[in-house]
Design a protein around this ligand. Structure first.
Ligand SMILES: Cc1cc2nc3c(=O)[nH]c(=O)nc-3n(C[C@H](O)[C@H](O)[C@H](O)COP(=O)(O)OP(=O)(O)OC[C@H]3O[C@@H](n4cnc5c(N)ncnc54)[C@H](O)[C@@H]3O)c2cc1C
Length: 154
């Protein structure tokens, strides 16, 4: 039954460059002409992540295709960021893509009854579900903390 639940994979393409990036933590790109939806700049919140003159561009590509070729994704993303005027890229030091196989749960109409049934049968065995994957929901860091507190109270 759990097999019927739908989700995206996220391929995070980490690119280390010599050059400059925007002075922000992350940016969203709701643009159908781009392969990705968000870029983060980890160096802007952890200065020691790379040597002084290097910056990190962490690009997240979401997809319902769970077996995409990593090399193709990396190639497309690098071409896209090279064209973007928000970056000044002097040199690409390295590119490394990490796949998160199960990333975002998709809220299709069939989701609620499946989740209810699965959680119900686990609860009968005194197994309590929390978190993004346990409850099969959209969930951020603050929700993980709240889930933990609620579970502790109950
Ligand atoms: C693609 C994606 C994007 C996200 N973006 C955001 C965002 O922008 N903002 C936000 O707030 N949240 C975001 N989240 C959610 C956020 O990552 C989670 O809410 C948060 O990481 C949950 O923290 P946690 O410590 O509970 O679990 P995790 O960060 O998952 O840590 C659990 C740890 O336990 C380890 N572990 C598991 N089983 C065992 C075991 N049996 N023995 C030992 N170790 C074990 C795992 O390896 C892992 O290191 C995102 C999640 C995903 C997947």
């Amino acid at each position: 039954m759990a097999d019927e639940l739908v989700y995206t994979s996220v391929y995070t393409v980490n690119i280390v460059i010599k050059g400059t990036v925007p002075d922000t933590h992350w940016m969203y790109f709701p643009d159908k002409d781009l392969s990705f939806y968000r870029i983060s700049f980890p160096k802007n919140y952890f200065k020691k992540a790379t040597p002084n003159n290097e910056q990190i561009i962490a690009v997240e590509v979401g997809s319902r295709d769970h077996s995409r070729k990593i090399e193709d994704i990396e190639k497309t993303v690098v071409e896209e960021i090279k064209r973007m005027s928000i970056f000044n890229i002097e040199e690409i030091v390295f590119v490394h893509c990490i796949k998160i196989p199960v990333a975002y749960c998709i809220y299709e109409h069939k989701r609620p009854p499946i989740v209810q049934k699965l959680m119900g049968s686990l609860l009968e065995k005194d197994i309590h579900q929390i978190g993004r994957y346990g409850r099969w929901e959209y969930n951020a860091m603050q929700d993980a903390i709240i889930d933990g507190k609620i579970y502790q109270i109950n």
